[in-house]
Design a binder for this molecule. Structure first.
Ligand code: HEC
Ligand code: HEC
Ligand code: HEC
Length: 109
């Protein structure tokens, strides 16, 4: 009997941990203020990334961890031009090209 109860508590514990980890991953903000790459000084406001909109369009694994780690990567327009990070999709084929929209589409005060 005791063993059975321990097993049940163990199983609920595992589910509990899974639930907390999973919900934390999903409840990050709808918009993320991205970090500026080191050694770059520019007046341009930081890019705001609409995370939730992308989460609704794609599976997490489309971006994590191959394109973006779950942490805080830094990248510049040079990376986009060579098809990396946001440039993997915003290249005019998967989605609109970065150069075809207003700067304010991503850089908002
Ligand atoms: C279109 C690509 C894309 C998709 C799809 C995506 N993410 Fe992200 N995610 C990002 C970017 C960009 C960042 C910002 C961090 C960075 O630049 O490295 C980020 C950051 C995060 C972070 C860190 C949040 C923070 O506050 O710093 C977590 C956690 C995360 N994503 C979880 C998820 C989960 C869970 C899903 C699926 C439901 C998901 N992401 C889908 C691109 C994506
Ligand atoms: C996995 C592909 C993918 C990646 C990577 C990606 N995007 Fe997108 N993004 C899309 C698609 C698809 C749309 C919808 C395009 C449309 O509406 O025509 C979109 C839409 C957007 C929009 C407009 C959202 C709205 O309100 O309609 C912004 C802003 C944006 N992306 C910024 C970024 C930034 C910044 C990055 C890099 C941090 C990024 N995206 C990375 C696929 C991607
Ligand atoms: C698809 C979204 C998007 C658009 C459109 C966009 N940017 Fe960016 N930009 C980013 C992201 C993401 C970063 C990296 C985070 C940051 O530094 O804000 C960045 C970084 C930068 C940086 C610092 C790094 C570098 O490459 O020098 C400058 C300056 C910049 N952008 C200027 C501009 C200007 C000017 C325009 C309009 C001609 C523009 N951006 C349009 C997403 C975008």
């Amino acid at each position: 009997m005791i063993l059975k109860r321990k097993i049940i508590i163990f199983i609920f514990g595992i589910f509990g941990i899974f639930f907390v980890v999973k919900s934390q991953a999903l409840t990050t903000s709808a918009f993320l203020k991205l970090d500026r790459a080191p050694n770059i000084e520019d007046e341009e406001p930081l890019s705001i990334f609409p995370h939730l909109i992308h989460q609704r369009m794609f599976a997490c694994f489309r971006c994590h961890p191959s394109i973006f780690s779950y942490g805080r990567d830094t990248y510049t327009h040079k990376d986009f031009d060579s098809g990396k990070y946001c440039g993997e999709c915003h290249n005019g084929s998967v989605a609109w090209h970065i150069d075809d929209v207003e700067c304010e589409t991503c850089h908002l005060e």
